[in-house]
Design a protein around this ligand. Sequence first.
Ligand SMILES: [Zn+2]
Length: 249
Amino acid sequence: MLILFTVLGLIFGSFLNVLIHRLPLNQSIIFPSSYCPYCQKKINWFHNIPLLSFFFLKGASSCCNKKISIRYPIVELISSTLWIWSYYYLNTAIDQAIFLIIGSCLLTIFFTDLNHFFISFELNLIIFISSLSYFLINDLGNIKYHFLSMFLLSFYFLILMLLSSYLLKKDTMGYGDIILIAVVTFWLGLVDGLLIIFFASLFSIIHWLILKFSSNKKDIILPFGSTISLATILIFVLKHTLQIETNLF
Ligand SMILES: [Zn+2]
């Protein structure tokens, strides 16, 4: 069973790489099948095996010998790690399924926002619908609290965004960021939502410092969606690994 989870995690990670590449370009995620981003040639299945192909090909494409981004094996490894973690730390199949769907969406958003400042509305919607299904099946008693948490935090951030954009006369946050905050807060509730925002802001400050001192760019734009996704996964995983409860009531 563990081997199955590991392999499925790798295969799924390979699919997430397709999403990360194609969603910001607004391309279909099903057709055409995998192609080389440099010379557009179709990739043979045996050059497209998660993780292994990257190392066999020594990080270069087989068709035109261009460098393959290290992002590909990294996403596959992280995806597989999430699957293995869920196998050990989440008890029921529904817990695992919901976490893996939402975790995969967050992993994808992390990279599309980092590379292109792009947060897919569809992925946000999938996070919302997965959480909603979870509450409807498993936890109907808490659904009101989660809806309330979502409205509270997204309303606060909407005001914050409009006000800061108006005062600073530039875009401070996108609607994608706010919808992302809304759906992860809906998933995990108010306390975790606040923790996510705290840690996401902390990561963003660190990111800003690194960019500030490593480059001379004047206008630094930060991918807030990436740090929100990272903080959400970290908090969920830490909570369930260490069995910490963060309930208000
Ligand atoms: Zn090529």
